[in-house]
Design a protein around this ligand. Structure first.
Ligand code: SF4
Length: 497
């Protein structure tokens, strides 16, 4: 869903990572360290995520059966994924029967080639686009540019990102890292038809974007969209958005090309009842989204007269084959997990180096690319579980993060002939914790740590070979005067006396 950028926020200087759409060019810790050094960015993200979070909490609390609705969403998605082959064929039959054409794309290159060929066959070299993560994932805009085709983003935040030669940093609010004075500068520099006296008043900026986009809508003959949902039963595609730009793209041009990940299916029309309640509340914190556009094939004399649906795999069937990772495909891209994540809140989306940032990106991107291309992402989490609690389709992201970390460790185990420092520490911990007497001795010895933590109440960096790296980035709580075991023994002795 597109949402107007938060125009009131001050400027964060940012330095997004390259244009790799799924593969990060540097590891998360390196990019996160840079982001953490930007206090302004952290303040902006904190403000934005807390605002959306509060709105979401309020509208979710209004729904008496919210947990039942989440469960329904989860079950529907799991059922769909378990029968994806059947439903995809049904979707193709229905779209074809209603005058559309279905194309199957195994990867990004194939999808880009198909879309480019379709545009060229119309004789046009300009297209308008409604926000689509699938086309960002495959780098469609960059590919079209290399083929001499101009693609204009029409969602306001996406337009700001595109004109600023930037990258989105949030699923729902892609220009969350920009403020209004920056937006004014971008419009003045890049919008060919802009008023030179443009101010940074949000209403003035929005009006400038509206005038600019209206001209594009009226002249474009081809539109490209993604899809929030594809209904197998009827062949209907659906896009939900907040600005009306989607409605313009989906109705005005003569040719409509939709690029949809194969996981966006729902079996029946009636299933939309569940997702159209879950999605707006979880994403923008609205009871319902302002624009829900549905189209089924081609209707003579009404809307686009040529419709193409490109069904994109690009790693999704590989994800489906992992029983512990496949639930990542159930995501409906609401962004609720981003807004509650303490890691995302501090680093922002660019640090993830992938079109899918935040907790869902940390589990989806490594699976789509193969874990080696995004190996640091499953570690970009404190495993606090807030993402699981917020997810409208109950994706257990923390469990998946642990699964992917394990897969990564196992894949590299054979490379290490000698145990690492971490292996040695874990083995020692296992030896101590598996014996009651050893554990009791260790707890008593830990009390010595009270000396180290006496000034700040926490134990800071310990300059010892095995402890330095870990303790430099973390504070250890000062051990209590009395351990739980001591307290328990004392309480029971009191009870007996
Ligand atoms: S994982 Fe869940 S909370 Fe996160 S974007 Fe997807 S559906 Fe929303």
């Amino acid at each position: 869903m597109g949402e107007p950028v938060l125009l009131g926020m001050p400027a964060p200087p940012t330095s997004p990572r390259g244009v790799g759409n799924l593969r990060g060019e540097e590891t998360f810790p390196v990019a996160a360290r840079r982001a953490l050094g930007n206090a302004q960015l952290r303040a902006n993200l904190g403000h934005a995520t807390h605002t959306i979070r509060a709105k979401r909490a309020q509208v979710v609390a209004e729904v008496p059966g919210w947990e039942a609705l989440r469960e329904a969403g989860s079950q529907l998605k799991r059922h769909t994924m378990a029968n994806l082959d059947t439903y995809l064929i049904r979707l193709e039959e229905q779209v074809t029967a209603r005058g559309g054409t279905v194309h199957w794309a195994g990867d990004a290159a194939e999808a880009n080639t198909i879309v480019t060929g379709l545009i060229k066959s119309t004789g046009n070299d300009e297209v308008v686009k409604v926000k689509s993560m699938a086309t960002q994932e495959i780098g469609l805009n960059e590919h079209l540019e290399s083929q001499g085709i101009a693609a204009y983003e029409t969602d306001l935040a996406e337009l700001i990102v595109q004109l600023g030669h930037d990258l989105p940093s949030h699923i729902l609010v892609p220009a969350i890292h920009r403020n209004r004075s920056e937006i004014r500068e971008i419009f003045l520099a890049e919008m060919e038809d802009v008023d030179p006296n443009l101010t940074d008043d949000p209403a003035v900026l929005a009006a400038a974007a509206r005038r600019h986009l209206r001209r594009k809508f009226l002249s474009a003959r081809v539109a490209i969209s993604g899809a929030n949902f594809g209904v197998a039963e009827t062949g209907t595609l659906g896009v939900v958005e907040s600005e009306g730009n989607g409605r313009m793209c989906l109705t005005l041009p003569e040719t409509l090309i939709t690029v949809m990940g194969i996981e966006k299916l729902v079996p029946r029309w009636s299933d939309l009842e569940v997702f159209l309640q879950l999605l707006p509340r979880s994403s923008t914190g609205e009871r319902m989204n302002p624009y829900t556009s549905m189209w089924t094939g081609v209707t003579p004399g009404d809307g686009p007269q040529e419709f193409h649906l490109v069904l994109l795999d690009n790693g999704r069937t590989a994800v489906l084959s992992d029983t512990q990772g496949r639930d990542a495909l159930n995501c409906i891209r609401c962004s609720a997990c981003l807004n509650v994540c303490p890691v995302y809140e501090r680093t922002g989306g660019h640090a993830y180096g992938s079109v899918y940032p935040g907790p869902i990106g940390a589990v989806l991107s490594p699976q789509l690319t193969g874990i080696e291309d995004n190996a640091s992402l499953p570690y970009a989490s404190s495993l606090c579980g807030a993402c699981y609690d917020a997810c409208p389709v109950k994706i257990d992201i923390p469990a998946m993060l642990v699964h992917l970390r394990n897969a990564h460790v196992e894949a590299h185990r054979a490379e290490h002939t000698l145990p690492s420092a971490e292996d040695a520490i874990m083995k020692a911990a296992s030896w101590v914790m598996s014996n009651e007497k050893r554990w009791a001795t260790a707890v008593r010895s830990a009390r010595a740590g009270r000396v180290l933590g006496r000034r700040r109440g926490v134990i800071g960096p310990i300059p010892l070979p095995l402890a330095e790296a870990w303790t430099t980035a973390r504070d250890i709580p000062r051990p209590p005067q009395q351990s739980f075991r001591d307290w328990w023994t004392a309480e029971h002795e009191k009870g007996r006396s």
